[in-house]
Design a protein around this ligand. Structure first.
Ligand SMILES: *[C@@H]1O[C@H](CO)[C@@H](O)[C@H](O)[C@H]1NC(C)=O
Ligand SMILES: *[C@@H]1O[C@H](CO)[C@@H](O)[C@H](O)[C@H]1NC(C)=O
Ligand SMILES: *[C@@H]1O[C@H](CO)[C@@H](O)[C@H](O)[C@H]1NC(C)=O
Length: 975
């Protein structure tokens, strides 16, 4: 017996453990005490007892006649620790299930004495290390071995092949690397081989086809093989499931696979497969699920596929398929899912599609399909998603779809649909997205609207007429409301702004009349408000400035009038403001954003004066003078001339006075925090348009080249809070000036006069991480640089939080505030400043909201309270940017930021191992990166963006985790 000798070896190495056999009761208590962790919860009924067989009634424990433990099942208890060696004393164990218990560490070698084991399930833990070969050999009786989703490393253990009874081997979701061993072809009883989600490479051994009873084979997901699918796999006559998704396969689909008569599932998605679908695959008559999506496959769907009567799922999206959708697809009796988006399919949808009463999901977006929509798509009342967008469909929508209560998404934008929108759409109880934009829909919206779940309603660019029904204000989940470019008329119903979740409102390009409702501030999460190109009158309600996250405000091309409220310029979140072509009057405020805004955003307001123009402005006149001037007419010419002359004299005198006062206050003074060999005037001279290197809510940044050869960055602060007294500000700046750390941009000094403050910083020649990462140069930042930047920035923040006294909260951590010097070393910039630029009306400078959209911790938005953990959240967002290469907002659809996107993307994975999760989100511009490193960084990022601030690590812990990878920390992401 080949398996005996290693067993004996173990016996001699660990004689004391085996000889001092204690009772299983004591062993279990020992297991408990070393595993339940400091919190001490779990396994509550495992308690000491005088009865020698008390343990047999412990939860999860089954004993044999000798009161020895035969079966142990502890599932879903956070045990948090390594399996202690004592586990080896339970040597009668047959079934061992310790699944989803947060176990860490390697498997103890003492497990070798568990020679009766048949069923082992240690899946969903964080076990690590390599497998000791001799341990595997001692499990001679083993039938099932499942360690799915742990952190094991090294090569796949060869020894499993020796286990004659092994039926199921699940090693997926770990970090096994190297080739799949050729000897794996020698398994005798194996029916299930699951190696997916590792770091395997090399060619897939054709010999696996020799495993006599193989039924399920999972090799995909993050493994990256050379070559393609071995044609020999067509001879595994017992095979029922073949999953080779996402593992770098090339070449064509072997026609031999058609011989797999029992195959019900074929997953080949996300590879580089080329060529056509072999018509011979129509012989796989058991086939139910076929996923070939995201490859480079070409050609048509073979007519012979009409034989595949059992098909329930067809996924062919993101390939280069062409030709018509064969009519038989509409006749498949069990078809539930048809996803063929992003191909070149032509002609129409099969007329019978949906008539089987089973259709759940239809996504044919981005093809060249045309014709009318079949009327039976929802005949079974099960259709969940209807996605027809970006095709050439035409005609009215079948009214039947309005009765399809199961629909959650309707996306049919960019087609040629006409007629009225089925009124039933607005009453569908589960509908969360209704996207009908860019069609030719006519008619009015129904008065009755009750689609309670609706989150996004997009009707842009149609020919819809009539008023907007106030009942839209009852759609409490609505986040996006886009009605732009239609023919709506009447007033904007104020009820709409009762909606607390509304983030984007676009009413542009309609015929709306009346005033902007002052209730607008009720939708306190608005980020986008476009009311341009209508016939709105009245003034800008000051309440708009209460919208603390508003990013874009476009009121251009209306008939709005009156002065522009100063408060608008002080809105920190605003990045786009367009007030052009209205009837605004008075002097343009020079507060905040308004000061640096291009003139074109104010154009077409003949009565609005520039803040820079020296000629007088109507608003400089008293009301009586204004009206006098306006009423002057030819028969009052003399009087007019006289008064104008008087006015000119008056204003000339006023100007002289003003200039003298200005000159006095405009003397610049340089305060240096270290020796600076240049003068204030030199700095001020650099404030020219051509020197601008950045703009932000807090100010404009100029590059200044001093005569002594030193480059500095000059930040001109805007919108300094009036209510903050200068002493507080200056004291704070002094503190910041005293900070010295390698990963913090040094504040060199400041230049100020009565009106302005210019902060002088070290110049960072490679600009900000944000620009670098999200610009065309993003690909140059490869993994090593990104990881280094993460560590350096973390060190900078850690210093601010933990080593400065008083501790400094950054308040605006974002990739644009992490600057790179000439060696690409990261330096944190602009810390502690954010609090100066907000909410000037607030009585206390410190209590106002700061931060940038997409980086703001959830608790911050609600409580306005910041602490270090809010910075940690923002830093987590930066880490996600480094991993995914994506911007925190703007790429994921409205209202979805990077954090939500990551949750959503990873939550949708069917095989969510650590590796698969990372693959789903990692920046595709990265060429080659260590999987463990990315997983580690990803896990840290996910801890940082925990909703609950107390669950986030401190920056000190972040630095520690970043610099000590891979940390076998508890599995904190739910994978
Ligand atoms: C062990 O598990 C298998 C399958 O899960 C079950 O059939 C068997 O009865 C179990 N044996 C014991 C002793 O619990
Ligand atoms: C182990 O226990 C869990 C519940 O705690 C149960 O769902 C699972 O089926 C059990 N497994 C075995 C093999 O008995
Ligand atoms: C244990 O791991 C699970 C995921 O497997 C996770 O959801 C849970 O938070 C972890 N518990 C602890 C206490 O770490």
């Amino acid at each position: 017996m080949r398996s005996k000798s290693p067993f004996l070896l173990i016996f001699f190495i660990f004689p004391t453990v085996l000889l001092h056999a204690q009772s299983d009761l004591q062993t279990l208590l020992k297991l408990k005490s070393s595993l339940i962790g400091p919190s001490g919860s779990g396994l509550d009924d495992w308690a000491a007892s005088p009865s020698p067989s008390a343990h047999c009634s412990f939860s999860g424990v089954t004993c044999d006649g000798d009161a020895r433990v035969m079966s142990l099942n502890v599932t879903g208890v956070p045990l948090l620790g390594a399996l202690p060696p004592e586990i080896g004393m339970l040597d009668r164990l047959v079934n061992l299930t310790l699944a989803a218990d947060n176990l860490t560490g390697p498997l103890p070698i003492e497990m070798s004495s568990l020679s009766s084991l048949k069923y082992v399930n240690l899946s969903w833990n964080s076990l690590n290390g390599t497998f000791p070969a001799e341990m595997v050999l001692s499990f001679a009786e083993l039938e099932v071995f499942d360690v799915y989703n742990n952190n094991f490393t090294g090569n796949l253990p060869l020894e499993f092949v020796k286990l004659k009874n092994l039926r199921i081997l699940a090693l997926g979701g770990n970090y096994f690397s190297g080739d799949i061993p050729e000897v794996y072809s020698e398994f005798e009883s194996l029916t299930h081989l699951k190696l997916q989600g590792n770091s395997l490479s090399g060619r897939i051994p054709a010999g696996l086809a020799r495993i006599p009873n193989l039924q399920e084979l999972y090799l995909g997901y993050f493994n990256a093989y050379e070559g393609g699918i071995p044609p020999e796999f067509g001879s595994i006559s017992t095979l029922k499931l073949l999953d080779l998704a996402s593992c770098n396969l090339t070449g064509e689909i072997p026609a031999s696979l058609g011989n797999l008569k029992h195959l019900h599932t074929l997953f080949l998605q996300i590879n580089h497969l080329t060529g056509p679908i072999p018509p011979k695959m129509s012989a796989m008559t058991s086939l139910m699920s076929l996923d070939l999506s995201i490859n480079n496959l070409t050609g048509e769907i073979p007519e012979s596929f009409a034989e595949l009567k059992n098909l329930t799922l067809i996924s062919l999206f993101q390939n280069k398929f062409e030709g018509p959708l064969p009519g038989f697809i509409g006749d498949l009796p069990n078809l539930e899912v048809l996803q063929i988006w992003n191909n070149n399919f032509t002609l129409g949808l099969p007329e019978n599609l949906g008539r089987n009463g089973r259709l759940l999901l239809l996504d044919v977006a981005k093809n060249h399909l045309t014709g009318a929509i079949p009327k039976d798509l929802c005949r079974g009342g099960r259709l969940n998603k209807l996605i027809l967008m970006e095709n050439y469909f035409y005609g009215p929508l079948p009214q039947e779809l309005g009765e399809c209560k199961s629909l959650t998404k309707i996306r049919i934008r960019k087609n040629f649909f006409n007629g009225t929108i089925p009124a039933g759409f607005f009453r569908l109880p589960l509908l969360d997205m209704l996207e009908l934009n860019d069609n030719y829909f006519t008619g009015e919206l129904p008065e009755q609207i009750s689609a309670d779940k609706l989150g996004s309603l997009t009707l842009s660019n149609n020919w819809i007429t009539g008023k907007v029904p106030p009942a839209i204000g009852d759609l409490t989940n609505l986040g996006i409301l886009s009605l732009d470019m239609n023919k709506f008329s009447g007033e904007i119903p104020p009820e709409i702004f009762n909606l607390k979740n509304l983030s984007k409102v676009n009413f542009s390009g309609n015929g709306f009349t009346g005033e902007i409702p002052a209730s607008v501030a009720g939708s306190s999460h608005l980020t986008f408000l476009d009311l341009s190109n209508n016939n709105l009158r009245g003034g800008i309600p000051v309440s708009i400035s209460w919208l603390l996250t508003l990013n874009l405000l476009n009121l251009s091309r209306n008939q709005l009038e009156g002065p522009i409220p100063d408060e608008i310029g002080l809105m920190k979140s605003l990045t786009v403001l367009d007030l052009s072509y209205n009837d605004f009057s008075g002097r343009r405020p020079a507060t905040g954003l308004l000061k640096d805004l291009d003139d074109r955003f104010f154009a077409g307001n003949p009565n609005l004066c520039s803040p820079h123009s020296s000629s007088f402005c109507q608003s400089d006149l008293s009301p009586s003078q204004t009206s006098h001037k306006q009423h002057s007419s030819s028969n009052m010419a003399a009087a007019a001339v006289a008064s104008v002359t008087a006015l000119l004299l008056l204003s000339a005198a006023w100007f002289l006075l003003r200039r003298r006062r200005l000159e006095k206050s405009r003397v610049w003074k340089l305060t240096a925090f270290q020796r600076l060999d240049f003068r204030a005037e030199e700095v001020v001279e650099c404030l020219k348009e051509e020197n601008i290197i950045g703009r932000g809510g807090a100010g404009v940044v100029y590059r200044g080249s001093m005569a002594n050869g030193i480059d500095v960055a000059i930040k001109r602060l805007t919108g300094r809070a009036n209510s903050c007294n200068d002493h507080g500000f200056m004291a704070e700046i002094q503190t910041l000036g005293g900070i010295r750390h390698r990963n913090i941009v040094r504040l060199l000094g400041y230049v100020s006069n009565k009106d302005s403050n210019l902060l002088l910083y070290e110049y960072m020649s490679h600009g900000s991480l944000g620009e670098m990462l999200h610009g065309s140069k993003g690909a140059h930042l490869q993994w090593e640089s990104r990881h280094r930047i993460a560590v350096e920035a973390a060190k900078g923040l850690c210093y601010l939080h933990h080593d400065c006294s008083p501790s400094i909260i950054h308040r605006d951590v974002k990739s644009n505030n992490i600057l790179l010097d000439s060696d690409y070393e990261a330096h944190v910039a602009d810390f502690g400043l954010a609090k100066f630029f907000h909410d000037p009306g607030a009585s206390e400078c410190m209590s106002s909201i700061a931060g940038s959209y997409g980086y703001i911790a959830p608790e911050y938005a609600y409580t306005l309270r910041v602490d270090q953990k809010s910075d940690v959240y923002s830093f987590g967002v930066v880490l996600l940017e480094l991993i995914t290469g994506r911007k925190p907002v703007g790429e994921f659809g409205e209202g979805v930021d990077i954090v939500r996107w990551v949750f959503k993307t990873t939550g949708e994975l069917s095989h969510p191992s650590d590796a698969a999760v990372v693959l789903a989100v990692v920046d595709s511009r990265l060429t080659g990166y260590p999987l463990t490193g990315v997983v580690n960084l990803f896990k840290i990022a996910m801890m940082c963006v925990e909703d609950e601030s107390s669950a986030r690590p401190t920056m000190r812990q972040v630095v520690h985790m970043l610099t000590n990878p891979p940390q076998p920390s508890p599995n904190l992401i739910s994978l």
